[in-house]
Design a protein around this ligand. Structure first.
Ligand SMILES: [Fe+2]
Length: 467
C-alpha cells in the first residue's frame, strides 16, 4: 500500500508527483513541427515515488529521477517517460515505501540501506558518444538506452570516474570530448575535486585531483578554449553540522567566493584561486577567454535560494533572485556586470559556442516575479549578451515554463539559427505541452505546440539528441 504525500509546496501543484510511466504515439500538434527537426528532446526532474519519513522534510532536489523523451520525426511527435531505475528506486519499490532519508540523511535511513550509495539520478540528462546519461551530482552517471529509456547501470568511463560526477558536464566543440568534475570526491564533505575528460568515443582519458578552499556544493563549472574554472561558492557541506541535526548544506554568508582557474586538461597543479565577495550561481550560461580576462556568464545572485543558513533559517526568496550576470575575472579581482535584469534561471546556449565568445543566451524566467513563488517562470527568451536585447515570449497567465534547449537548424552555422524547445504547464487548464519556438523570432510565439497526454511536473534540465 503506497502512502500519501505530505502537504509541501514541492509536492503539490506544479510539482505534484506523477508516479506513472507512459507511452503515447502521434501526439496532437498545433502549428507545424519543422520538417528538419528529427531527434529527441529529453527532460529529467524529480518525481518522488514515496513520501519521506514524517519527521524528514522533503526537498525538491531529492525526488526520484523521471525522464521524459519526446521524439520528433517527419513532423510527428511521440512521448515516453520512465523512472531512472537506480538501486535506491528498486529497493524502495520492492519495500513499497521510502527507505532512505532525504539526501540520504543517515538519521532517517532504514538500517537495511545504511552505507549504500544514495542516487536519485534526477538532475540532468546528457548525451555523449551515442549514449544517454542521467546525472545527479552526488554519484556517477547512470547510463540509459536512448530509445527505450531502459536503465543500463552506473557508468565509470574505464575506471576514471570513481565517485560523484557533476550534473553539468561540458562538451568541447573543438574535440567532442566531455569535460566533467565531481566534488566531495574523497568522501562527503571532503574538499577534493576530481576532474575528468571522456573523449568523443566515450573513453575515459584523463583524471586529475585538486582541492577547493572549503567543501562547497559545486553545481556547475566553466570550460573555455584554454581553461577550466571551478567556482567555490558559499553553499558549504558540513557533516559535523548535519550530525547535530542542522543542515548538511547551508549558505554561509561570511565566506568569500573563490574561483579556481586551471589549464584545460590540467593535472590538478598550478591552480590559480581568485577571491571575491560571496557571489552565487547554480548555473553558468557560457564562459570564454577574453585576452587575459576570463568571462563567466551566469544566472547569478547574492544568496543561494532553497538553501538554509547554517542555523537552519530558510532562504528569503526576495534575496535570492537570479538575473543574467557577467563575472569578469581580471587579475586577482572579479567584476560583476548585469546583462539582463529579468528574474531567470536555466540559461542555455548554442552548444557549438561552448567556451567561445558568444552572443546568445536562452533562458526561462519571468518579468513579473512574486515573492515566495514556487518557480513561477512563464517566459522563454533569447538574450543578446552584448547589446542586452531581449527577445521574449510570455506563455500567459498561469503558465509555467521549463528550461529551453537550443537545436541548430541543419546546415546552418550561424549562432542561434535554430529552435528553442521548452515544456510549458498551463496551470489553469492543467495541461502540458512542448513548445517549439524559432530562436531568432521568439516573441512571435511557438511555431508548434505539442500537447502531452498528461501533466508533466516541474523539473530540471533538458537535452536534444539528433536522430
Ligand atoms: Fe543544474
Amino acid at each position: 500500500m503506497a502512502l500519501p504525500f505530505p502537504n509541501d509546496p514541492y509536492l503539490t501543484g506544479y510539482y505534484r508527483p506523477f508516479g506513472a510511466e507512459m507511452d503515447a504515439a502521434d501526439l496532437v500538434v498545433e502549428g507545424a513541427i519543422p520538417e528538419e527537426l528529427n531527434g529527441t528532446f529529453y527532460r529529467n526532474g524529480p518525481d518522488p515515488a514515496h513520501p519521506p519519513h514524517p519527521d524528514n522534510k522533503y526537498h525538491v532536489f531529492d525526488g526520484d529521477g523521471m525522464i521524459y523523451a519526446i521524439r520528433l520525426a517527419d513532423g510527428r511527435a511521440a512521448m515516453r517517460n520512465r523512472y531512472v531505475k537506480t538501486r535506491k528506486y528498486e529497493l524502495e519499490k520492492a519495500a513499497g515505501r521510502r527507505l532512505f532519508g532525504v539526501f540520504g540523511n543517515p538519521r532517517f535511513n532504514d538500517p537495511s540501506v545504511n552505507m549504500m550509495d544514495y542516487n536519485t539520478a534526477n538532475t540532468h540528462i546528457w548525451p555523449h558518444a551515442g549514449r544517454l546519461y542521467a546525472l545527479m551530482e552526488g554519484c556517477p552517471p547512470v547510463a540509459l538506452d536512448p530509445a527505450t529509456l531502459d536503465t543500463l547501470g552506473s557508468e565509470h568511463f574505464d575506471g576514471t570516474v570513481t565517485g560523484p560526477f557533476t550534473a553539468h558536464p561540458k562538451t568541447d566543440p573543438a574535440t567532442g570530448a566531455m569535460h566533467a568534475f565531481g566534488y566531495s570526491a574523497k568522501g562527503p564533505g571532503s574538499t577534493a575535486i576530481r576532474y575528468n575528460i571522456v573523449d568523443a568515443q566515450g573513453r575515459g582519458t584523463h583524471t586529475a585531483f585538486l582541492d577547493q578552499p572549503y567543501a562547497s556544493m559545486m553545481h556547475d563549472f566553466a570550460l573555455t578554449d584554454r581553461h577550466v574554472v571551478f567556482p567555490c561558492l558559499p553553499v558549504v557541506i558540513d557533516l559535523m553540522r548535519a550530525m547535530q541535526g542542522k543542515p548538511l548544506a547551508a549558505w554561509e554568508s561570511d565566506r568569500a567566493s573563490h574561483f579556481g582557474i586551471m589549464a584545460k586538461g590540467g593535472d590538478g597543479t598550478g591552480v590559480r584561486w581568485v577571491e571575491s565577495d560571496p557571489l552565487f550561481a547554480f548555473h553558468i550560461a557560457n564562459s570564454f577567454d577574453d585576452g587575459e580576462d576570463l568571462v563567466i556568464d551566469v544566472a547569478g545572485s547574492r544568496r543561494a535560494p532553497l538553501m538554509p543558513a547554517a542555523d537552519g533559517t530558510p532562504a528569503d526568496p526576495a534575496a535570492s533572485r537570479f538575473t543574467l550576470k557577467r563575472w569578469r575575472i581580471r587579475g586577482n579581482a572579479v567584476h560583476e556586470e548585469q546583462i539582463d535584469g529579468m528574474d531567470l534561471q536555466f540559461p542555455r546556449i548554442d552548444d557549438r559556442w561552448q567556451g567561445r565568445r558568444y552572443r546568445k543566451a536562452f533562458v526561462n524566467g519571468t518579468p513579473r516575479p512574486s515573492p515566495g513563488r514556487v518557480d513561477g517562470f512563464d517566459t522563454i527568451a533569447t538574450i543578446d549578451t552584448e547589446s542586452g536585447h531581449r527577445d521574449a515570449f510570455n506563455a500567459g497567465d498561469g503558465a509555467y515554463t521549463g528550461e529551453p534547449v537550443f537545436v541548430p537548424r541543419p546546415g546552418s552555422s550561424a549562432e542561434g539559427d535554430g529552435w528553442l524547445l521548452a515544456l510549458r504547464w498551463d496551470s489553469l487548464k492543467n495541461e502540458s505541452a512542448l513548445l517549439i519556438l524559432d530562436a531568432q523570432h521568439v516573441s512571435d510565439g511557438p511555431v508548434a505546440t505539442i500537447h502531452m497526454p498528461a501533466r508533466i511536473p516541474g523539473g530540471f534540465h533538458c537535452s536534444w539528441m539528433p536522430a
